[in-house]
Design a protein around this ligand. Structure first.
Ligand code: BTN
Length: 257
């Protein structure tokens, strides 16, 4: 069987996303760099990602788009305007892995994974463009697996062990995740109607969708009660306000309260 992905384990790096970016030329398409320990794990909005060494999965998947790469799997060209598809596929793959372990998780747009009101996984994706298409992407995933003691500064963390009482083998979980992720990539990026299929899979798992909650519009500074209605074609969050108008927000333009 042709190899679909290549998992490389490192004992310690600053951040698997940073290491992947520095060594981009060394990596084939669908290489997965996983670290037992990160000394400067990066989170969204410039935050740190905290993870106790050896207890969780912290890894980055390197995707290289376009033809002519030596990998067994060739990714199709993805327009820059469709980059949200990578984030949606990654979030769906994590959700599916958790579901297979008996953990029912939802996706907090764009790609945090929540079990009820507790965060179990964060995803940090970085893209490089060539013209109007993606050249490469680094999909960095921090999945809390066996950690049960968390720093008090983290708002509401959880882990697979905390949810099920079971301890997990990290390399096996990573293999299982990679299988699911590669099949998501195939299902969604390789077919004509793939982006639509992906969106229709993603929407039912959106955290807080179709329910009223408070949000902060970071552009106007105004707090408002709104209802998440979905995601636009280019991946913006669609929120209905109390007047029944739907506005679209980029990642930095809205905060959940
Ligand atoms: C978030 O803030 O929710 C995103 C967290 C992403 C953490 C992962 S761990 C592996 C990869 N390397 C990093 O430095 N960050 C991502």
């Amino acid at each position: 069987m042709t190899k679909k992905y290549d998992i490389i384990w490192a004992d310690k790096v600053d951040s698997t996303n940073e290491e992947a970016r520095r060594r981009m030329k060394d990596f084939d398409n669908l290489s997965v760099l996983s670290a037992k320990e990160q000394t400067a794990g990066r989170g969204q909005r410039g935050n740190r990602w905290s993870s106790t060494a050896g207890e969780n999965l912290t890894f980055s998947i390197i995707l290289k788009f376009g033809a002519g790469l030596p990998s067994a799997i060739q990714l199709p060209a993805v327009p820059a305007s469709r980059q949200a598809a990578i984030s949606e596929a990654a979030a769906l793959a994590v959700r599916e892995l958790l579901y297979q372990k008996g953990i029912y998780a939802m996706i907090k747009w764009p790609n945090d994974i929540y079990v009820e009101d507790k965060k179990i996984c964060g995803i940090l994706i970085e893209h490089s463009l060539k013209g109007h298409f993606l050249d490469w992407s680094i999909v960095g995933i921090g999945l809390n697996v066996n950690q049960t003691q968390f720093p008090a500064s983290l708002p509401n963390p959880t882990s697979m062990l905390a949810e099920t009482g079971l301890e997990y083998d990290l390399p096996s979980c990573l293999e299982e995740f990679c299988e699911i992720f590669v099949s998501c990539i195939h299902l969604y990026l390789d077919s004509n109607d793939g982006y639509d299929k992906l969106r229709s899979m993603y929407l039912p798992f959106m955290w807080r969708k179709d329910e009223a909650y408070d949000y902060l519009d970071n552009v106007t500074g105004i707090c408002f009660r709104g209802i998440i209605r979905g995601v636009s074609d280019i991946g913006l969050l669609m929120v209905e306000n109390e007047e029944g108008e739907i506005r679209e927000y980029g990642f930095k333009e809205i905060s959940y309260l």
